[in-house]
Ligand binder design. Structure first.
Ligand code: EAX
Length: 325
């Protein structure tokens, strides 16, 4: 039977259209350093769903958890280089890339979750997001890591005197390191991906993290004591490679910004939930939890550090954040 004269043309047309449809989908890889069942895991999963929906499947987000593509500092470097498309990270290592952000890492700067969220979602925080642009990074939105508390395997911490000489893992954050030395601690900067083993092998005595991270990283398995020091609020941020951002149409850029808002809502809701149940959960896992910590004593010993930080960032700028309503 002879082929229809147009059969070849039709086959070629179908091939081109399939090829066109296939190539129209772009997959972007996003990394986080905590498990999928966590405050960042719920955020990036919500983000992925929104992006697929908002771009009619033209963009797909492939999420990687538990630092599968690296720890936070190396992930930010990779996004800056364009070898990784996105990362949701704490601001821990961020001052190494965008120094101005370090003002947000000052201990006892924020008085509550509501205060921190209002600053970050308001003019101060939104202006800060633009500082990433000149560093090859597009910051889509502020997320949240949470108020950090101290854990250790040596003894209960009721007052700053109990911190003296403790070897504490810290994030690679210059303000934290300065402050923790002010407490009399021996700060040991380290990527989160190495912390569980370091605690297990007693390379360090303790670490500090929000309840949601202590739970997600199962630190209760290698730490006995938890003190609700709440010594610093830790923001998070959703970063995208500038190159990928600039390839997006205006409509898709709006879709990415809208999806980031949905992600941050899921992120904060998870933290609110973990803050309610975290202490009881960690006690049930065998941790000894000191809830009534006199934070004024911890703030008092940091007086010289606050004076230093005031000179570095400008007292007025710090007060603007502290007093923001
Ligand atoms: O961003 O490194 C840390 O302690 C962070 O809190 C953790 O990676 C979540």
């Amino acid at each position: 039977m002879s082929r229809h004269p147009l059969a070849g043309l039709l086959a070629a047309a179908l091939l081109v259209s399939f090829a066109g449809a296939a190539s129209a989908q772009t997959t972007l890889r996003m990394n986080v350093t905590v498990p999928q069942n966590s405050h960042y895991g719920v955020a990036v999963d919500a983000f992925a769903k929104e992006i697929e929906k908002n771009t009619q499947g033209r963009y797909k987000i492939q999420n990687f958890y538990s630092g599968a593509l690296g720890a936070e500092r190396e992930s930010i470097e990779a996004v800056q280089l364009g070898t990784l498309d996105m990362v949701m990270t704490s601001t821990g290592p961020v001052p190494n890339f965008v120094p101005e952000v370090a003002i947000l890492d000052i201990p006892f700067l924020f008085t509550s979750y509501a205060h921190a969220r209002a600053v970050l979602d308001g003019p101060i925080g939104q202006e800060m997001l633009t500082k990433f642009d000149s560093k090859g990074l597009k910051a889509l939105a502020w997320g949240e890591n949470g108020f950090r508390h101290m854990t250790n395997s040596k003894h209960a911490v009721n007052s700053p005197d109990d911190l003296k000489g403790l070897k504490l893992r810290t994030m690679e954050n210059p303000v934290h390191i300065m402050a923790y030395k002010g407490f009399g601690l021996i700060p040991t900067p380290m990527a989160i991906t190495e912390v569980f083993t370091a605690l297990q092998q007693h390379t360090v005595d303790g670490q500090e993290n929000p309840l949601t991270v202590i739970q997600a990283q199962k630190f209760d398995q290698v730490q006995k004591y938890l003190s609700l020091t709440g010594h610093v609020y830790s923001p998070a941020v959703i970063l995208m490679s500038k190159g990928q951002w600039e390839k997006l149409s205006a409509a898709d850029q709006k879709a990415f910004l809208d999806a980031a808002k949905v992600a941050v809502k899921a992120n904060r809701d998870r933290i609110d939930a973990d803050e309610k149940t975290g202490v009881a959960y960690l006690r049930s896992k065998g941790m000894e939890v000191i809830e009534n910590v006199d934070r004024s004593k911890f703030q008092a010993v940091l007086k010289p550090v606050f004076a230093e930080l005031g000179k570095k960032f400008g007292e007025a700028n710090i007060e603007k954040i502290r007093n923001f309503k």
